[in-house]
Design a protein around this ligand. Structure first.
Ligand SMILES: Cc1cc2nc3c(=O)[nH]c(=O)nc-3n(C[C@H](O)[C@H](O)[C@H](O)COP(=O)(O)OP(=O)(O)OC[C@H]3O[C@@H](n4cnc5c(N)ncnc54)[C@H](O)[C@@H]3O)c2cc1C
Length: 413
């Protein structure tokens, strides 16, 4: 497919922006990425990348780079409150490849961003502007007009086919350009820390992801062998004034109802005090676009990270939107179609992520009923229950139109 002379501006060089830039460049578009930071961000810790996103990344030529930097856990060990041994181990590894055609991996966020950035740099038709101070964009009948204040103080103005905000949960494109809502604070924060590879190995299986449930909180840990590290995140409640206060605490303090959870307590002790603190907010807006201006990733639909799908959905967004921007007659209809394809699926994932939080944090005696259900579903129950999620492949049909697998199957039959 030729580039048909289309120039697309993207605000944000996170996972959403870089994946979209790469996908568009492969179709021949001219892409300009505006990033406010001086380089691709290295902050954050681990990311789980499920097969539905891996299909997309592989098709963008990243399979080798990701295989080198990512790890495929054998399974997910689930520890209910107070348990020293897993209640059940949800199988990952080979069974995920067999069922869904791609691996389920974990990796450091910076390694994914770096792989995407390196791939983008190979395309002469991607221009990355770092340290951008401000941008302005107006949509009109002939596309969009963009003004950018660059790092060196110079200003550039241009006309383009479309402008896509991939500028994260607190997106300016959403709030100031599309006049959409601010993000909603969830009442929860994520405490993140990366530890040496062996720090937790006598407590948790170093070949698996571990999920530790407690009343009102939970923890997730998995190995990052490429960096010889272990990722640990503790999700806890926090009042808004504390979460966004000037002096957040340096390390999490486990609430009283968690006392007696020896494993969680030992994990917390072993982790030490070098934690990073991240208030969790979600984005809930029905409007992902107006004219030639649209949103992808967290800018459109930031969600609870309790199904590990925020970045995965951003990657799917890019796979759906890129071919539409290159084939539809105008950006407005491309963005409208993108929104109608993506919103039902993303909405379902947002709901699932939220309800996971509810289940993970249940208190006794409700937690007993939950544990019985989880145990009865067994080590492979999630393969059926989440087939709609992991089995989705947002790649384009041969005519360039993205389709859900069900539609492709019908077309084939
Ligand atoms: C604790 C935790 C664990 C998670 N685990 C997982 C997981 O395992 N799997 C998963 O799929 N997801 C996970 N997520 C969710 C995932 O991190 C996000 O959904 C994902 O990073 C969103 O990517 P994005 O590119 O949309 O936004 P971001 O990663 O926030 O990127 C936005 C980019 O835009 C730039 N930007 C912002 N404003 C401007 C501006 N005005 N001008 C120019 N540039 C701008 C930023 O600097 C940044 O580079 C997790 C989230 C948390 C908090």
């Amino acid at each position: 497919m030729s580039g048909n002379g289309r120039t697309i501006y993207i605000a944000g060089a996170g996972i959403a922006g870089l994946t979209l830039a790469l996908a568009l460049a492969k179709f021949g578009a001219t892409v300009v990425v505006l990033e406010r930071h001086p380089r691709v961000q290295e902050v954050g810790a681990g990311l789980q990348i499920s097969p539905n996103a891996r299909h997309v990344l592989n098709r963008l030529g990243l399979d080798k780079a990701l295989t080198a930097a990512a790890f495929e856990p054998d399974g997910i060990d689930i520890y209910p409150h107070g348990a020293r041994r897993p209640l059940v181990t949800l199988e990952l590894g080979a069974i995920m490849r067999e069922r869904f055609g791609a691996p389920y991996t974990v990796m450091h966020r910076a390694d994914l961003a770096e792989a995407l950035h390196r791939a983008c740099k190979r395309f002469a038709n991607i221009d990355m502007l770092f340290g951008v101070r401000a941008y302005d964009v107006v949509s009109h009948a002939r596309g969009v007009s963009v003004t950018v204040d660059e790092a060196d103080g110079k200003s550039r103005s241009a006309r383009a086919f479309a402008f896509i905000g991939a500028d994260g949960v607190h997106s300016r494109t959403r709030t100031d350009v599309l006049m959409g809502p601010r993000a909603d604070y969830t009442g929860m924060v994520a405490w993140r820390i990366t530890l040496g590879q062996s720090v937790l190995s006598d407590l948790l299986n170093p070949r698996r992801t571990s999920l530790l449930w407690g009343p009102g909180l939970h923890a997730v840990s998995y190995p990052l062998p490429y960096r010889q590290q272990t990722n640990l995140v503790l999700f806890m409640k926090a009042r808004e004034q504390d979460a966004f206060g000037d002096a957040p605490p340096k390390a999490p303090r486990l609430p009283r109802q968690v006392f007696g959870n020896v494993l969680l307590d030992r994990v917390r002790q072993a982790a030490g005090d070098e934690w990073a603190y991240w208030p969790l907010s979600t984005v809930n807006t029905p409007t992902w676009s107006e004219g030639g201006i649209g949103l992808v990733g967290d800018a459109a639909h930031a969600m609870f990270p309790f199904q590990a799908q925020g970045a995965v959905m951003a990657i799917e967004d890019a796979a759906v939107l890129a071919p539409l921007l290159m084939t539809e007659a105008d950006a407005e209809s491309a963005l409208r179609r993108y929104q109608s394809i993506r919103q039902p699926r993303v909405g379902r994932v947002q709901e699932l992520s939220k309800s996971n939080g509810f289940a993970f944090h249940l208190e006794w005696p409700f937690s007993l009923a939950r544990d019985l259900v989880v145990k009865s579903q067994g080590p492979r129950g999630h393969l059926e229950r989440l087939a709609w999620l992991y089995g989705y492949d947002p790649s384009p049909d041969p005519d360039g139109v993205p389709a859900a697998p069900e539609r492709r199957r019908r077309a084939a039959g």
